[in-house]
Design a protein around this ligand. Structure first.
Ligand SMILES: [Zn+2]
Length: 410
């Protein structure tokens, strides 16, 4: 009888461990030294600053690394994760109403979104879901899933794509992330296959896609809300101090020894350790920290010039792997001037290019068509004075005749 009770209590402890969130990011950072220094900038990136309220859209590639059929998750499961990310990061998640009134003023729409890549790093049209069989039954927090030679799959250019590896993790780890500024070919997040997305065969407490939301929070420089320390600090002004992480789902208010006020822990923050169904918010402070990475020379600034979700940027001829942005290619067929431009943009055909009757579209960096017209003669003008300052993409014509140019509006 004693043995049975012992066995039962052991099983209950084992069950609790497996039922709790377990993120490997802190341990990974400690072991590899991959810690984000907020003052670090990357002057090699030549881009622009983010515009206030601009929606930042990040092309995503998902590497499904599977050893058996269950791990080879469906497209529907992958796409359900993207939907959940867009809802969580835009605060369009249905359970946003569950944020306690005391914390609602701090809850933020980060205006960051995610799209499935449609163009691969060599410029070919390819959807960003890659499936790869592996001989490995499970993976550790050691980046093996990120390298084809180690039984995983190599990253796509991590300056242009956010890489997500979905695989079977050891030791009940649900996922881990690299922080900004780490080794380029390891940059991205890893998520346990049955804690990814909102449809399919999922762990009961981790079936709303919040493991990926949490790991992308780390990928954008966020720390765990308890600062990975007893009464630690996550460096964010509007997240209250808490003595440690929360599991399962406490009821509000949940006070801890270092709660600053009667509202207690913000256990419903995506950066705590609670169940998926318990989490529902990022704060304004977390939003500012995440968006700061995309500003001029920020460590994630290169994503502002990634158009990998727009299949019209696919080219017939492969581009050099090092440069996956087709717009960077000089195209001699049409000259535009002045560039930067303030009012009228002049278009002149070069090398027998026939401009007459072609369409011209001016697209924002976020993929919205801002201006469009049909060109009436071989040298025409386009009034761009209505555009806000920033970087735009000009697309002239279609198919093999298509010319893509970069325009700076001042
Ligand atoms: Zn974490």
């Amino acid at each position: 009888m004693k043995f049975v009770i012992l066995l039962l209590s052991f099983l209950s402890v084992a069950f609790q461990i497996s039922a709790q969130r377990n993120c490997g990011s802190f341990e990974y950072a400690r072991r590899t030294g991959n810690t984000y220094n907020e003052t670090t900038v990357d002057h090699s990136i030549v881009s622009r600053d983010t515009v206030a309220n601009e929606i930042i859209t990040i092309p995503v590639v998902i590497h499904v690394i599977y050893h058996n059929a269950a791990q080879n998750i469906t497209d529907a499961q992958v796409l359900s994760q993207l939907k959940a990310l867009n809802e969580d990061f835009r605060r369009m998640n249905a359970d946003a109403v569950n944020t306690p009134d005391a914390f609602k003023p701090f809850a933020a729409d980060s205006r960051i979104m995610f799209c499935l890549a449609q163009v691969n790093p060599i410029g070919r049209a390819q959807r960003g879901i890659i499936r790869k069989f592996t001989n490995k039954e499970s993976f550790n927090v050691d980046d093996a899933m990120k390298f084809s030679a180690a039984g995983g799959d190599d990253a796509w250019n991590t300056k242009k794509y956010m890489n997500i590896w979905v695989c079977n993790m050891q030791n009940n780890i649900l996922g881990y992330a690299t922080q900004p500024g780490g080794q380029a070919d390891k940059d991205g997040i890893v998520v346990q296959y049955d804690a990814f997305g909102t449809v399919g065969s999922l762990r009961s407490n981790f079936n709303k896609g919040r493991t990926a939301t949490h790991e992308i929070g780390h990928w954008m420089g966020l720390k765990h809300i308890w600062g990975d320390n007893s009464c630690g600090d996550d460096g964010i002004g509007d997240t209250p101090q808490q003595s440690g992480y929360n599991n399962n789902c406490p009821s509000f208010p949940h006070l801890s020894s270092c709660s600053p006020d009667a509202n207690g822990d913000m256990f419903m923050n995506f950066m705590d350790y609670t169940n998926d169904a318990c989490m529902n918010m990022f704060t304004e402070g977390q939003k500012l920290k995440m968006r700061g990475l995309f500003s001029a020379h920020g460590l994630r600034n290169s994503f502002l010039l990634s158009f990998a979700c727009d299949s019209s940027f696919a080219t017939a001829a492969p581009l050099p792997v090092a440069d996956s942005t087709p717009v960077a290619k000089a195209n001699p067929s049409v000259q535009i001037y002045p560039n930067p431009v303030q009012h009228d943009l002049n278009l002149v055909a070069l090398n027998d290019y026939d401009l007459t009757g072609k369409s011209i579209a001016v697209m924002s960096a976020t993929g919205q068509i801002k201006l469009k017209k049909i060109i009436s003669k071989e040298s025409d003008k386009l009034d761009v004075s209505s555009l806000q300052s920033g970087v735009y993409i000009i697309i002239i014509g279609q198919g093999a005749d298509r010319v893509v140019l970069k325009l700076i509006k001042v």
